[in-house]
Every structure is written in structure tokens, then in C-alpha cells.
Design a protein around this ligand. Sequence first.
Ligand code: GLA
Length: 678
Amino acid sequence: MRHLPTRTTHQRRGRVVGALAAGLLCTAGLAAPAAAADPAPAAPAAPRLGNGLALTPPMGFNNWNSTHCRAEFNEKMVEGIADLFIAKGLKDAGYQYVNLDDCWALPQRDAQGKLVPDPVRFPHGIKAVADYVHSKGLKFGVYTSAGIKTCNSAGFPGGLGHEYSDARQFADWGVDYLKYDNCNNLGVDAKLRYTTMRDALKATGRPIVYSLCEWGENKPWEWASGVGNLWRTTGDISDSWGSMLSILKENLPLAPAAGPGHWNDPDMLEVGNGGMTDTEYRSHFSMWSIMAAPLLIGSDLRKATPATYEILANKEVTAVDQDPLGKQGTVLTSAGGRWVVAKEMKDGSRTVALFNETDSPQRIATTAKSLGLPRAAAYTQRDLWQHRTYNTAGTVAATVPAHGTVLLRIAPGHAWAQYPPAVETGLDGGPLVESAKPARVTATVTDLGRTPALSTDTALTGPAGWGIRALSPTSSPALPTGRSLTTTWELTAPAGTPNGAYDLTLTSSYRAPAGGRVTQSLPVQAHVVTPPPAGTSYLSDLPWISAANGWGPVERDTSNGESAAGDGRPITVGGTVYAKGLGAHAASDIAYYTGGGCSTVSAMVGVDDETGGKGTVTFEIWADGHRLASTGVLTNPMPPQPLSANITGAKTVHLVVTDGGDGVDSDHADWGNARVVC
Ligand code: GLA
């Protein structure tokens, strides 16, 4: 169940209730709906704030995701970030705000009740930093909480009861942006708390973007457009695929509430912090942009890689976020983790994200018509990550790598004829290969354009020593609209290749009628797998193909614990302890190769006692794409339940945990004694 509105604090999902003092928790939680394609809420009737600010979503930086309260958060860092905004072209790409998060102040106010900057972190005070940021033509932001203390356990002073004097102090410092958090709020009504600060900011006469951070607890999308310029819709993001994904799914259905001056805020960016791959970070950035989310960089740019800069400074993508029409993209389809999200743009074009939530390449497709574009012979199709333009006859499709996003901008008009046809290079899933045993995969190269793809070639390459050969033709003189070149490939990993993921590249190359050759490549992973041994094995002793988890990693033979690896406790459900098993957290999907030679998967499942009575989940066993067994919703006080499935003949098995329909807070899910019989 979602937290009661009377809660004064918010618990990070996964935290153990008993371990923390209920009145002083400060980290925010997540509650993802099962599917983001749920019916969207009606557009809010709430009034608009009308301060004339944030007419496009704020873009900038905030230190929290990279530093939390560590000592490296200081004046030097903040000024260094402002310098890099200029030096690295981020200011040019639209980034404007350099914002401080928690821990900039001393725990005590001064004798006059004023906030005191921490003299170690900010020896020259906050105004000096604001002045420095302003001297670069940038804007400056600060943080406090709509409570008596901020969220950090050190207990820095919050704004509750000090709204007018704190707002005055911020304005005197030259603050342009306030993030107003929710911790330690004494149960005072959220609307009242946030409205009081709104009025206090207004009273200063200084334009200050007002960012509400109450984690979506009071459905701010229904009322806050008259209070703030943006409002957090979820708990805190963390630097993991699972966290990013669940927040994305919570924020997508809220599209009707967003618009110029009033935005849904799915939290700050994690791009560059190291917990996701660059492909995943491109998805994170693409999806935040198509959702017209605030783009607040959350990595320490002083240490950022070129790939991080390339993502953050992609002006074609930030232009999607900053489109002046101010529409948040909406979900057209999401079946099977293949997401099509479309955003209407001011110039009449549509941006579309083809987002692959799954662990293998997926064909994701829509049409110009479904995107709401007028009928036409063809359209231009701009690829915002490739920075290339094509023509399409109306099908908008791509085979998208696992966890990847293809971001396209589709426009009607006559310009299309000068561009090469869009061609889809695809593979039927990610191959599973037993070493020294030939496996087959089918690759297709399809012309989606109005014009033909000429002298088309395709090739599949892989690690040195692998046998890769085509069993059917790899070229075609001309592919007209809608036609494919289909090639069957045989793939052999050398004997003794260790289990794991191996990179393959599928390439296609073709000539456009107007001349010019186009080469495209699709990264694919082959998994080298071994079938389980004959007899009964604990799944925690076998290698998995993949393991997605909603909170930290899946643990072997312990509960999920916290978000770090290896921090679980003995698996305990309803007082029964299991020495073997898997400790998961919704939403979770653990995939095993069973190779067609196994008969049964079984486990004793339930919510781990470490949640202290919270958490509701459903356990499912899937084999080769079919759901074979499900527990229905289980709650924490329930004893362990047996779950088993006959998986005879199946090549792969997935152990899936979904939330119980009430969000993923505290959804610690144990697969006690999980076993397979082969
Ligand atoms: C809360 C907020 C975060 C961050 C921290 C700081 O958890 O949601 O974004 O500001 O507090 O303590």
C-alpha cells in the first residue's frame, strides 16, 4: 500500500523498518505501478502558479546523486561545475542551474534565526558561490526541507516555521531555484507547507523556480501546478537500472499534469555515476527528455567520461526535453517490455522513443499514423543519437538493443526524398549458445523507406575464435519498401568458453538511390550457457543468464538486504529460515538456462521477515515465454508458500517477482530452497 498521507517521513524501499527511527527517516521510496500503460489520470483542474518561470523544464546540476553529504560537496566543486558548464558546452546545450542539495548549512541557526552556511564546505559563504555562478551567466539553486530539519540524519535546519525569513535570506543571496524537501514535517498538511513557502518566495519579489520534493506522497500532480514549477512524483532515484526503470514507469502515466511552468519531476539524472551502462544511461536520458522532465545532472562532471558528456550535451535530445509546446510524451504501447512513447512537438513533428526494457534485442514498431502525423507518401526520420536523417514510408521501427532506446523525430513534408531509406537491422532475440555446439540465429535487414535500399550487405561478427557462418545469402541487389533480406547464421563458441555474455555485432550496409552508402550496426549479446547437471540443483548454485532486481542486486542464499551487493540476511519467511535460495526485490526477473532437459522448478516463497510486516508481492515461474505458475498476491505475515512448475522441454526459465499492485516499497521477495530437477 502506498504510504498514508499522514506520514511525516518517507522510507526508502527495501529499508528495514525496525532499524530506523520512524520520525527521522529521510530517504524517499519508490512505488511503481505494475504497468505504465495504466489509464492516465485526468488533467488537473488546479490553478497555475503563474510566476512565469520554468516555461521549459529546468536544466542544470545538483550535487546530491554524486556526493550525498560527503566532504567533496563544497564550494570548489560547485564552482568547478559552473566552469565545466561553459568549458564543455553544457551551457550551450541549455543547462543553466547550478544547485546545492542537502548539507550546505550548519545544524544550528544563528542568534537571529538565520541559516548559517557550513564554513568548511563554503568558507566564503553561499552568496559568494551564487555570485560566482552568476558571473558565468548561469543561475544558482539551493535546498531545504518543508520540515523542522532536512533529510540528512545530521539534522540541518528546515524551513517549516521559518518560511519568510529563509526565503528572504535565499533571495538576498541571489538564489534562483529552491528545492523544498519533505522530511521531518511533523505531519503538517503538505499543501499548507508547500503553499506557505510559495507565498514566502513570492514575497521576496525575486524570481525563484520552486521545486516541490514531497516524493509524490500527496499526489502533487493533482494540486501543485498552482504551488510549484515542478514536483517530484516518486521516491529517490538510485544509480541502477531497476531504480531508473521503476521511476520511469511511475512518471509516464502522469503526462496530462505537465506543461509549461509546471512539470512532473521523476528525480535527477544518474547519467555518468557508474551504476548503469552507457546504453542504459542513454535510455535514462532519452526517456527523461521525452517525458519533459527536469534535466538536473547528477554526476561529478569533474570526473565525467567523454561518453557521459556526449550523452548530456546531445542538443538534439535536450531539444526534445525543451520543446516549447511543453508536452510530456505518452505511452502508445508497452507490451512485453517494448515501449513506444511519443511526444508531440511544437513544429508538428513527433519524437518517438522505442525503448527496450528487456534483456535481449527487441523489434519495436509503430507507424506515422499512430503517432498522430498526417497521411503522407513518406516522412523524414531523424535519429537523435546517430545524428542521421532517413526517409520512412510510414513504419517507424527498429530492433533495439537490450535496455536501449532508439530516439527518432518524425516529420511530414517534402524533404524526405533527399535522404536514404530507413533500414531496420534486426535479430530474433539474443542467442543462447552452449560451447562447441552450433546454434542458429536469423537476421533480417528490412527497407522501411519509400525509396529502395540498393546493394545491401549484411555481416555478423563476434569474439575471436568463434565460428560464425551464413547458411543463406548475405546480400541483395535491391530491397524495395517493406522487403527484407533474411539470413540464417550458425554460431559456434569454442569448446570450453566460460559462461557469460559475449558481444556480437550485426552490420548492414546499403546504398541510397541518391548515392551514398549507409552502414548500420546492432550490438547483440550471445550468452554462453551450460545446462544444469542431472539431478536436483539449488538455483543459487547455478549461473543465471541475467538477474534484474528492483533494489540492489539479487542475493544468493541470503535475503535481498539493502541496496549493496552481499548485504543480505538469512532468508526468513514467517519465521522459517532457509539456508539456500535467492533473495530478490520486486520488480525482479532471474533467468536460467535449462536447455530443454529439466522437469521441475520449485521453491518456498514469501516476503522476507526483514521488512518488518511490510511488502506485498506475486511470485511467478515462466518457461520459454509462458507463465506456468503464480502465487497471487502474498503479504508479509503469510507463511512460506510452495511454488513449482513442470518445465519439461523448456530452454529458459524465469523466476519473476512483481509488486502486489501497491508499489514496490519493502517488497523483499525470497525464493527459499529454489531448486531445479534435470
Ligand atoms: C531526500 C530527497 C533527495 C535529497 C535528500 C537529501 O531524500 O528526496 O533528493 O535531496 O533528501 O538529504
